[in-house]
Design a binder for this molecule. Structure first.
Ligand code: SF4
Length: 366
C-alpha cells in the first residue's frame, strides 16, 4: 500500500495499540488536534488517533514495540509496514525553577517539535453556544496535565532544555483567545522574545487575526518566524454551526490579515489550518486553498479528529478517499505555487504530522 494511502487510512480510522503505553505520552485534550500518538512510518512521523471512538474499532493494529521502539502495523493479520515510536523526551523529567514539571509547560509533538499553549483558556470556550465544537482546550487543564498561563521565563527555560537535551528543531506556540482585541498576539510576542533570548529556536505563533495588522511586524520583531491563523472551516453555515464564536470573525477578515502578514513573514511562512470532514466540500476547500496559495499562504489541510469529550466526539472522521480527493490536487497546486512544507521555518505545516499532505508533496515532487 502506498505510504500516503496508509497514512490517510490511519488518520481516518485510527489504530488499536496492543501496548497503549508504547512511545511517549499521547496527546489528550488541549488545543488543536488531540487524542493521538506519534508513530514513524517510512521516515515520516505522523499523529495517529488512538483514543477516539473510531480508533477503538480500527482495522489497524500496532504491535507491542521492542526495546528500541520498533514495531509493526497490520490489518487482518497481514503486516503492512514497520513503524517506530519516538521515545520519551528527556526534558520531561525536569521541573522549572518555580517547581512546575516541564511537561506541563510544553510537550513534544511528532519527534522534534516543542509545542505549548501559552494561555490554556479561551473567551470562546466558556459557553457551549460559543465554543468551537472540535476543541478540547479546557480538558487537559481540568485534568491537571497543564497550567493555565505559561510565563515567558518558564517557556524560555523549557525551550532551552528541549533543544539541549532532545534536539527539538522548532517550536509551536498557540494560545486560547484572551479577552483583549489583539487576540493573543501580545502574549505570543512576549513569549517568543523570552525564548529567543534563551535559545536559537525557530518559532511559529498561532492566534486569531488581531484587531490591527500592525501586530504582525511586532510579532515578527519579537522573534516569531512563522505565523498560523487558522480558518478551520470555511463555508458560512459550516462556520456558524461548528464554531459559532469564532465565526464572528469573518473569512474576509482572515484574508485581509493574510494579505497583510504574508509580506512581513515571507512567502510560505504564514499558514492556516483547514479541518477537512466537518461539512466543507472538497471543491470549496480546494478553491480556498487556491486563493491562499496565490497570497503565499500555506494551507495545511488536516483530517478532522473527533476528540473524546467534545461536542463532536461522535462526528465521523473524513474517509481516506475524501482526504485523497483534496490532498492530491492540493500537493500539485502547492508545487505550482512554489510553496513547500520543507521551506517553512517552524510550525504545523513544517511538522506535517497531523496530515498526509507532506507525503503527497513528496510524491508530487517525485
Ligand atoms: S502538525 Fe502541529 S499539531 Fe500536529 S503534531 Fe505537528 S506541531 Fe503538533
Amino acid at each position: 500500500m502506498p505510504t500516503e494511502q496508509l497514512i490517510n487510512e490511519l488518520q481516518s480510522y485510527g489504530a488499536r495499540l496492543v501496548d497503549p503505553k508504547a512511545g511517549h505520552e499521547s496527546r489528550r485534550g488541549g488545543a488543536g488536534p488531540s487524542d493521538h500518538k506519534a508513530i514513524t512510518i517510512d521516515g515520516m512521523t505522523v499523529m495517529v488517533p488512538v483514543h477516539t471512538a473510531p480508533a477503538f474499532e480500527s482495522p489497524y493494529l500496532v504491535e507491542r514495540p521492542d526495546a528500541f521502539g520498533r514495531s509493526r502495523i497490520s490489518r487482518d493479520g497481514v503486516t503492512l509496514a514497520s513503524v517506530n515510536f519516538p521515545t520519551r523526551p528527556r526534558f520531561y523529567d525536569l521541573n522549572t525553577a518555580d517547581g512546575v514539571p516541564y511537561w506541563k509547560i510544553a510537550v513534544l509533538h511528532s519527534r522534534d517539535v516543542l509545542a505549548t499553549t501559552v494561555l490554556q483558556s479561551c473567551i470562546r470556550y466558556q459557553s457551549r453556544t460559543k465554543t468551537c465544537q472540535f476543541c478540547a482546550i479546557g480538558q487537559s487543564l481540568a485534568a491537571g496535565r497543564t497550567i493555565e498561563r505559561k510565563t515567558p521565563a518558564q517557556l524560555a527555560e523549557v525551550a532551552k532544555a528541549a533543544v539541549d537535551l532532545d534536539g527539538v528543531k522548532h517550536m509551536v506556540m498557540t494560545t486560547g483567545t484572551p479577552a483583549g482585541r489583539e487576540r493573543g498576539a501580545g502574549i505570543l510576542a512576549e513569549s517568543a522574545a523570552a525564548v529567543k533570548a534563551a535559545v536559537d529556536l525557530p518559532i511559529q505563533g498561532q492566534c486569531e487575526p488581531p484587531d490591527e495588522n500592525g501586530w504582525f511586524r511586532r510579532m515578527k520583531d519579537a522573534g516569531i518566524d512563522a505565523l498560523g491563523m487558522h480558518l478551520e472551516v470555511v463555508t458560512p453555515d459550516v462556520r456558524a454551526r461548528i464554531m459559532p464564536g469564532k465565526a464572528q470573525v469573518s473569512v474576509e477578515r482572515y484574508f485581509d490579515a493574510f494579505t497583510a502578514a504574508a509580506p512581513i513573514f515571507g512567502r510560505g511562512q504564514v499558514s492556516t489550518y483547514i479541518l477537512a470532514g466537518l461539512g466543507d466540500t472538497s471543491e470549496v476547500v480546494l478553491q480556498t486553498c487556491e486563493r491562499l496559495i496565490a497570497l503565499g499562504v500555506y494551507p495545511f489541510v488536516v483530517p478532522f479528529v473527533p476528540i473524546s469529550g467534545t461536542p463532536l466526539e461522535s462526528h465521523p472522521a473524513p474517509s481516506p478517499n475524501f482526504m485523497h480527493e483534496i490532498l492530491r490536487p492540493l500537493a500539485t497546486m502547492l508545487r505550482a505555487g512554489g510553496l513547500n512544507a520543507t521551506d517553512i521555518k517552524a510550525g504545523c505545516g513544517k511538522c506535517g504530522a497531523c496530515s498526509a499532505l507532506s507525503t503527497y508533496e513528496r510524491e508530487a515532487v517525485a
